[in-house]
Design a protein around this ligand. Structure first.
Ligand SMILES: Cc1cc2nc3c(=O)[nH]c(=O)nc-3n(C[C@H](O)[C@H](O)[C@H](O)COP(=O)(O)O)c2cc1C
Length: 325
């Protein structure tokens, strides 16, 4: 399939794997890229520029296809060395960066100077327009359904995507709730040039996470996510577990007076325990409502091939067959 996104990034299929803390490592990124999509290494999981450089090197050894690096500018408990991480990206020969969280404006000149294409993740039309204005090459439009940080506007993709299409000149992908060929065709119909998936890519053979996490996604329904940290204006969609229930309870009791210290023990540092050790109750971890659409754990190639096959069949048979003669 050829879209402005496949052209921009030099990929076969318009499917991107969004950056994911403790999931977006070279094993997954290279598998997605080898399957014809665009894999993404998550810089903050590696933490230091040296470790990021080593991960980029390892990813190059596993794929000769393009892949990107996610740089997340979120309020974190540490202060990541962004300029040095960017140096590692550029020197590692990576030419695609997914930014998220705060505006990437201050880092765009250095990225552009090295020919890096930047796709910025936005949860609103106004932020998407800002990304276009400051010179981003594309936007990942993340609807309310998404796993991770949906922002504070709560606009789902059926509204957000057509509005983005009306407003933007640069290409964008649909993100949040995307799982299969139906998602891809719908995204294209709503004006996107492809789709970005997070949660769906965790339940793949190559995702370097504990088997318990993959099985939790297969078991989960669309009703099993919760929004936490809204009183902190840092809303996150996570899979429900005992730690998340506790956070919800604290936030209900304390309301707008909730502070990060009230919930820190349930939200900080959970990723190592959940993703690597498979302790599913250890703390809060991002997960999209799309978990309800995940029923199996295929390889990335099986997943991407299936999505493209389904999309092709929907367009050529189902939709074409519905057209009045
Ligand atoms: C476990 C997990 C961790 C994530 N970590 C990050 C991250 O570190 N940075 C980021 O920009 N997005 C992160 N995301 C968001 C994804 O990149 C993507 O935008 C989102 O998952 C799309 O929604 P979906 O899960 O419905 O596909 C994360 C998502 C998940 C599920």
């Amino acid at each position: 399939m050829k879209t402005r996104i496949t052209e921009l990034f030099g990929i076969q299929h318009p499917i991107i794997q969004g950056g994911m803390h403790f999931v977006g490592l070279p094993e997954l990124a290279s598998a997605v890229s080898n399957a014809g999509g665009l894999g993404m290494i998550t810089a903050l999981t590696l933490g230091t520029p040296e470790k990021l450089a080593a991960a980029i090197k390892r990813c190059h050894e596993m794929t000769d296809k393009p892949f990107g690096v996610n740089l997340t500018f979120l309020p974190t408990f540490a202060n990541p060395p962004y300029p040095e991480l960017i140096e590692a990206i550029v020197e590692g020969g990576v030419r695609i960066v997914e930014t998220a969280g705060r505006s990437p404006e201050q880092y765009l000149p250095v990225l552009k100077q090295h020919g890096v294409k930047v796709i910025h993740k936005c949860t609103s039309v106004r932020h998407s327009l800002k990304a276009e204005k400051i010179g981003c090459d594309a936007v990942s439009v993340d609807g309310f359904e998404c796993g991770g940080h949906p922002g504070e506007d709560d606009v789902p993709n059926f509204i957000l995507l057509p509005l983005a299409a009306e407003a933007l000149k640069i290409p964008f992908v649909a993100s949040g709730g995307m799982a299969d060929g139906r998602s891809l065709v719908a995204a294209l119909a709503l004006g996107a040039e492809g789709m970005n998936m997070g949660t769906r890519f965790i339940a793949t053979k190559e995702a370097p996470v504990h088997e318990n996490v993959k099985q939790a996604l297969v078991q989960a329904s669309e009703l099993d996510t919760r929004l936490i940290m809204r009183p902190l204006r840092n809303t996150e969609r996570v899979l429900r577990n005992t730690a998340v229930d506790k956070v919800v309870e604290i936030e209900k009791q304390k309301g707008a007076a909730t502070t990060i210290d009230d919930v820190r023990e349930y939200v900080a540092g959970a990723y190592v325990k959940v993703m690597q050790q498979g302790d599913m109750e250890a703390g809060a971890w991002s997960c999209g409502m799309v978990a309800g659409l995940i029923h199996d754990v295929p390889t990335c190639r099986e997943l991407v091939d299936r999505i493209m096959g389904e999309a092709e069949s929907i367009i050529a048979r189902r939709l074409e067959g519905m057209r009045a003669a």
